[in-house]
Design a protein around this ligand. Structure first.
Ligand SMILES: Cc1ncc(COP(=O)(O)O)c(C=O)c1O
Length: 347
């Protein structure tokens, strides 16, 4: 499945890892009118979620460049680090992950267990700068041993990773053309390392689907905001231009994105009562899993907007949290298997 290359044949030159076998389902959300859900939680049968789309490009690029090690970053319970560890191992790549501390949440031990199961190297520092310095020191050690690690920015959100969501917009277009849902009037999605929003924003424009995006803030302004999003959009537009694909100016693209910060709750992964309530409603209606760090906040925004007079309908909620907590044959690790700085998450 390579809809992007079908639309723009020169993009076929970019390798894909083949992690996504088919289009993720679109289904109406039970118990409310006019909302559909794009089930990216089902993007891969063993361990899905939104990160798989970015990894499809990033891991293929690492393999094409003959790298054997990846350097990645995230919070302690990062879905991206877990997804990278799992899918990279299948391609014979070793993951080295620099982690920032975070508030404890249900999914943290699951994600750490996946990375530990995969034999990933995990280290923790409490600030971005210290994390980058340690990653650099480890890269130099790998270099001395003859290995150049492939660095992936937080959340897999560089231009290449974001291409996964340009592709996703074409997938959505095909599903709308097949009458699986009417053309949405608004799209709701969590906004963190920004690659998902950047890719969708560019992809929707290219696919002729100018759908306004509600980018629901789930991290502090330091990590996600308009200026940083504009920078990522510019890089993505430049990458596409290199392959002969012409898109609107980044500033014009940005006009289609509304950053919604009312549901952030002041801290990454902190669940406000509105978030807990949104998770309960969604899980009951859809049977899918949801989390307090990402999907719960986007859902809180969606449910709040449903009550607003003059709301835009139909709405599309893009569900980004993996359907499976743990891939097949992975069980929860014990605290003793984790580096000492991560054992606090088992309490
Ligand atoms: C479950 C989930 N949803 C949404 C996001 C946000 O996507 P992005 O980092 O591309 O903004 C993430 C990324 O960390 C995630 O893990």
């Amino acid at each position: 499945m390579n809809r992007l290359a079908d639309a723009f044949p020169r993009l076929a030159a970019l390798p894909r890892a083949g992690l996504i076998a088919r289009a993720t389902p679109i289904e109406p959300l039970a118990a409310v009118d006019g909302v559909h859900v794009k089930r990216d939680d089902l993007s891969a049968a063993d361990y899905g979620g939104n990160k798989i789309r970015k990894l499809d490009f990033l891991l293929a690029d690492a393999v094409a460049r003959r790298r054997r090690e990846l350097t990645v970053f995230g919070y302690a319970g990062s879905n991206f680090v877990a997804a990278t560890s799992w899918h990279a191992r299948k391609l014979g790549l070793h993951t080295i992950a620099g982690l920032l501390p975070q508030r404890a949440a249900d999914y943290v031990v699951d994600n750490l267990s996946i990375s530990l199961h995969c034999g990933s190297t995990l280290f923790v520092r409490d600030r971005d700068a210290a994390l980058a310095a340690e990653a650099l020191a480890r890269t130099l050690r790998s270099l001395v041993a003859g290995r150049l690690p492939y660095w992936i920015p937080p959340g897999g959100s560089n231009a290449l990773g974001a291409l996964g969501f340009v592709d996703a917009a074409f997938e959505l277009r095909a599903q709308i053309d097949a009458d699986l849902m009417p053309r949405p009037a608004a799209l709701y999605v969590p906004f963190s390392s920004m690659g998902t929003v950047a890719g969708l924003c560019v992809g929707l424009a290219l696919a002729g689907l100018p759908v306004p995006i509600m980018a629901v803030q789930v991290v502090g302004d330091r990590h996600a905001g308009r200026t940083a999003l504009l920078r990522l959009l510019s890089r993505l537009v430049t990458l596409l231009k290199r392959y002969g694909v012409v898109v609107a100016e980044p500033e014009r693209l940005l006009a289609g994105v509304t950053i919604r910060s009312e549901f952030f709750g002041g801290e990454y992964a902190r669940a406000t009562p509105a978030v807990d309530d949104a998770i309960d409603r969604f899980v009951t209606a859809s049977g899918a899993r949801a989390d307090s760090a990402y999907s719960g906040k986007a859902l809180a925004c969606l449910y709040a907007d449903l009550l607003r007079p003059g709301r835009r309908a139909p709405m599309l909620y893009w569900h980004t949290f993996s359907a499976s907590a743990l891939p097949p044959d992975v069980s929860r690790a014990s605290a003793g298997q984790a580096p000492p700085a991560l054992r606090c998450y088992w309490n």
